[in-house]
Design a protein around this ligand. Structure first.
Ligand code: AP5
Length: 186
């Protein structure tokens, strides 16, 4: 099963993707997690990405596409995967399609978690108090939402046009959302 998770910041992509990947025994790849680890380790990628992440902007496409190309080439994704946080721009989505065509990989589903802005603000402010993520401040959350609308939302139509997009109501308990995600992945 090869799946892409879409949805605004705080919609529950990470929460649901971890659980689904475990149950389906497939690889979970979160570009946000990879980038945060790179920042923590102080790698070149981390140094280049940090400023964008702190401001709630997207890291440049070439950096992030290179990262995914390396994962595809490594064979890490060959037994099934969930991409969480990628693609996030039309150039990323188009590059991913080319990479998959070249490597004879097919994308089965794009699962879109739908959550309203008020709920997102509540969740991410709650997480800020517990985890202190640098991009979970009110102004940066607002910017991330705007960036999602402008740069990522067009991808929803891209996958809808390919008939693999499934909408999931993400504003419910984590367990109920998971039931809907499982259904969407069938
Ligand atoms: P990334 O880490 O992908 O952040 P994001 O998309 O903003 O997503 P979040 O991790 O904030 O939310 P989520 O949807 O995973 O929700 P979660 O399950 O965590 O990216 C961070 C940055 O990295 C980007 O801004 C960008 O700079 C860069 N980046 C990453 N990928 C990139 C790319 N492809 N191109 C360019 N730049 C890229 O849940 C959120 C909170 O809500 C948690 O506290 C959770 O416990 C809670 N929660 C979850 N579900 C529920 C529920 N049903 N009810 C109540 N609370 C819930």
């Amino acid at each position: 099963m090869n799946i892409v998770f879409l949805g605004p910041p705080g919609s529950g992509k990470g929460t649901q993707a971890v659980r689904l990947a475990k149950d389906l025994n497939i690889t979970h790849l979160s570009t946000g997690d990879v980038l945060r680890e790179a920042v923590k380790q102080g790698t070149d990628l981390g140094k280049q990405a940090e400023g964008y992440m702190t401001r709630g902007e997207l890291v440049p496409d070439d950096l992030i596409i290179g990262l995914i190309e390396a994962k595809v080439a490594s064979g890490e994704l060959k037994n099934g995967f969930i991409l969480d946080g990628f693609p996030r721009t039309m150039p990323q989505a188009e590059s991913l399609s080319k990479m998959f065509d070249k490597n004879q990989i097919s994308l089965d589903k794009a699962i879109l978690l739908k959550v309203g802005d008020d709920e997102i603000m509540k969740r991410l402010k709650g997480r800020a108090q517990q985890e202190g993520r640098a991009d979970d401040t009110e102004d940066v959350i607002k910017n991330r939402l705007e960036v999602y609308r402008q740069q990522t939302q067009p991808i929803e139509d891209y996958y809808r046009g390919r008939s693999i997009l499934v909408d999931v109501q993400g504003e419910d308990t984590m367990d109920n959302v998971y039931k809907a995600v499982l259904e969407a992945a069938k």
